[in-house]
Design a binder for this molecule. Structure first.
Ligand code: KG4
Ligand code: ZN
Length: 354
């Protein structure tokens, strides 16, 4: 074993290919990230205004070997140092997931390494516990700020907007979910209708900083009968109608104000429902994870309102909000502990059963 890894706890290699990022990372059982390599396909899909599944699969095939090699090299370990391989088994794009799972099987089984099939949503939530090796020294002070089980987890990504009661790393109960679009999908669709590039979240967030969030009052779907569910399709339609109205007047579209007002509506709903669930289930901690949790306005509004509700609100480090291999490796550690391993005939799944 390499000298830098000699004293470290068990190492797991994590592989993520559920969507448009080919990612691999080596993480210790304490959640210290030794390497975290991500090849994003954003530029390629951006040309088509969204993800093209067939292209995503093909690029994963090209990228996976160099990305995994780089993650091993950067961690300064060898394959023999690994205790297990963890791979995203679902949910996600089937063709993309198959690339990761097939590669992981081909790597793990000949070496007699245990193979763990990770739930991508669970991995997003567990990303709250991981930290970069460069921050290891500062970690002691941060550790006490970590959430305690059970906590409420809100996963907001391009494919999901769901609330969970997380009892332990492997036990999550679904409390509510979106009936139509996911929050990230709403960001992406609104960006598209405003003629902005894919992915919409980061670009809308940047433009929103210069806009007035009160210029337009877009709808907030609170769904009183199922208050922990979400709906964003009405909001997207309201933005579209507003844009049409302004266009008909022949005046310039106030893109920054629309972005700020749209972002405010999404943030309002997410924070309101996240806190409602925490209060209803009597938990002290709310974890917000997934790509949209990188949104700065969401982070600041959630923090502010959580303080007022006596709830502690937690976000993963910025780089672990969007898809990455580190969260997969860390989630794999718990499956390994529980002996929940994949057999050679394991398959991917596109949707969650819960
Ligand atoms: O978790 P993720 O990387 O992939 C999925 O599992 O879907 O999330 C990607 C989503 C995209 O819809 C993207 O527009 C959104 O996260 N996103 C953001 C921001 N950064 C990424 N949405 C709002 N604000 C951001 N700063
Ligand atoms: Zn994701």
């Amino acid at each position: 074993m390499n000298s830098s890894s000699k004293n470290r706890s068990r190492l797991v290699l994590g592989i993520e290919t559920s969507c448009d990022e080919t990612a691999a990372a080596v993480v210790t059982s304490d959640g210290v990230v030794l390497s975290d390599i991500i090849a994003s396909q954003v530029d390629i899909h951006g040309r088509f205004g969204g993800i093209v599944p067939e292209i995503a699969s093909r690029i994963h095939v090209e990228s996976i070997v160099p990305i995994v090699e780089q993650s091993i090299e950067e961690a300064k370990v060898t394959l023999e140092d690994l205790s297990a391989v963890a791979v995203t088994q679902g949910p996600g794009l089937v063709g993309a997931l198959v690339v990761g799972l097939s590669f992981a099987k081909a790597l793990a089984f000949p070496m007699d390494l245990p193979l763990c099939g990770v739930n991508h949503i669970q991995a997003h939530l567990l990303a709250i516990f991981i930290r970069d090796k460069r921050e290891e020294g500062a970690a002691a002070g941060r550790r006490e700020k970590r959430p305690e089980f059970p906590f409420v987890g809100l996963v907001v990504s391009g494919g999901h907007t769901s609330l969970y009661l997380v009892r332990n790393p492997l036990d999550m109960e679904l409390l509510g979910a979106t009936r139509d679009d996911a929050a990230g999908e709403a960001f992406d669709k609104v960006a598209k209708l405003l003629g902005l590039p894919y992915p919409g979240g980061p670009v809308i967030s940047r433009l929103a900083q210069k806009g007035n969030p009160e210029q337009f009052r877009f709808p907030r779907a609170m769904l009183p009968e199922t208050p922990l569910d979400f709906s964003f399709s009405g909001l997207k339609t309201a933005v579209l109608q507003q844009v049409h109205r302004i266009r008909r007047k022949g005046v310039q579209i106030p893109v920054e104000d629309i972005c700020a007002s749209f972002e405010e509506a999404v943030v309002d709903v997410l924070v309101e429902k996240g806190l409602k669930a925490a209060v209803q289930y009597g938990v002290k901690d709310l974890v917000i994870a997934g790509g949209v949790s990188a949104n700065r306005r969401l982070r600041s509004v959630a923090q502010e309102r959580a303080d007022r509700s006596n709830v502690r609100c937690h976000f993963p480090e910025m780089r672990y909000c969007t898809d990455n291999g580190a969260m997969v490796a860390y989630a794999g550690q718990f499956l390994l502990d529980a002996g929940m391993l994949l057999s050679p005939d394991a398959d991917v799944y596109s949707r969650l059963a819960f």
